[in-house]
Design a protein around this ligand. Structure first.
Ligand code: GLU
Length: 312
């Protein structure tokens, strides 16, 4: 009998067009493309432009230009998340119907006030792995009739995951197994291998906002599943976010991809690169006359390699 052929690897690079791609993006894109090519897999480009207020067509054009300059090619058509809001909304509706998501009405200012009042009284306010204050939990228990009325009156609101209810709802689905993921790369503290997922550290994460009908967590998780992504290879800055993605995968019955979080390219000042700094943009290196292969030397400075690429 023929052995079943191993599943073809599907990798993706998923930038947001809200600024210029920097060297870190170049590394991630080259790594994903290299892994796909050397393993006989597919390489997808996905434009994550759900934040319609901050994403701009000129940044999307710059993404295509920069990736072409790096020598990359990708499958067409490119998935642009802003064209698929109804897809993400359906999953959100499912979470709402199951009582796992609730409408959240507090403004940024109101949240800030609560955090400041708590900290002024000497108590610590819970902060997420990125150091941002978690959203207050008081609206979880608002009664449905009230929230329906407020929404009908046109009150601005977001939808948030009730992280306690959501984590509890994984019980049956996990059948005793802990929520975790397998990482062939490294987290910021060197975490690797089987990593326990602790999504509760993020608090009640946002699933949709009044000005963006989906969130990063929801759309990235749904799209990776829809596009059959087998290996999520991305920067270490998204390592902890994986806990939320694993939770959503279990809640929404989605397959679990393999994860590989890679180190970050640092600036000359030893700090994380930012999309708003033109000097570290890929275009700046192109304009200085560097070639894509010169970039490998810059990656190597941060211990980031592209050679000897094999997937587990
Ligand atoms: N769109 C995200 C970003 O630009 C990356 C998404 C991901 O790789 O999971 O930071």
């Amino acid at each position: 009998m023929d052995k079943p052929s191993p599943k073809q690897a599907v990798l993706r690079f998923a930038p947001s067009p809200n600024g210029l791609l920097h060297l870190g993006h170049a590394y991630s894109a080259l790594l994903n493309h290299g892994l796909a090519t050397t393993n006989g897999g597919r390489f997808l480009l996905r434009i994550e432009d759900i934040d319609i207020a901050r994403c701009r067509p000129e940044y999307e054009e710059a993404i295509y230009r920069d990736l072409h300059w790096l020598g990359l090619d990708w499958e067409h058509p490119v998935r642009r998340q802003s064209e698929h809001f109804s897809f993400y909304q359906r999953a959100l509706g499912d979470l709402i119907d199951r009582g796992l998501a609730y409408p959240a009405f507090l403004s940024r200012g109101e949240v800030r006030q609560r955090v400041a009042a708590c900290e002024a009284s000497g108590k610590a306010w819970p902060r997420d792995p990125d150091g941002a204050p978690c959203y207050p939990t008081e609206e979880r228990k608002l009664d449905r009739a009230t929230t329906r009325r407020w929404i009908a009156e046109g009150r601005q609101h977001a939808w948030r995951l009730d992280i306690v209810a959501a984590t509890a709802a994984t019980g049956d689905r996990l059948a005793g197994r802990p929520l975790a993921w397998n990482d062939t790369g490294y987290g910021p503290q060197g975490q690797t291998g089987t990593v326990p997922a602790r999504p509760e550290r993020w608090g009640d994460v946002i699933l949709s906002r009044s000005d963006a009908p989906s969130s990063y967590h929801l759309s990235v998780t749904l799209d990776d599943a829809l596009q059959g992504v087998t290996h999520v290879v991305r920067g270490q800055d998204l390592f902890h976010a994986t806990a939320v993605h694993r939770l959503l995968q279990v809640l929404l019955d989605l397959p679990e991809p393999a994860y590989h979080h890679h180190g970050l390219v640092m600036g000359e000042d030893g700090r994380k690169l930012s999309k708003s700094n033109r000097d570290t943009g890929i275009a700046a290196y192109r304009d200085k006359g560097l070639s894509p292969s010169d970039l490998r030397l810059l990656f190597a400075r941060d211990g980031l390699v592209l050679d000897g690429l094999l997937l587990d």
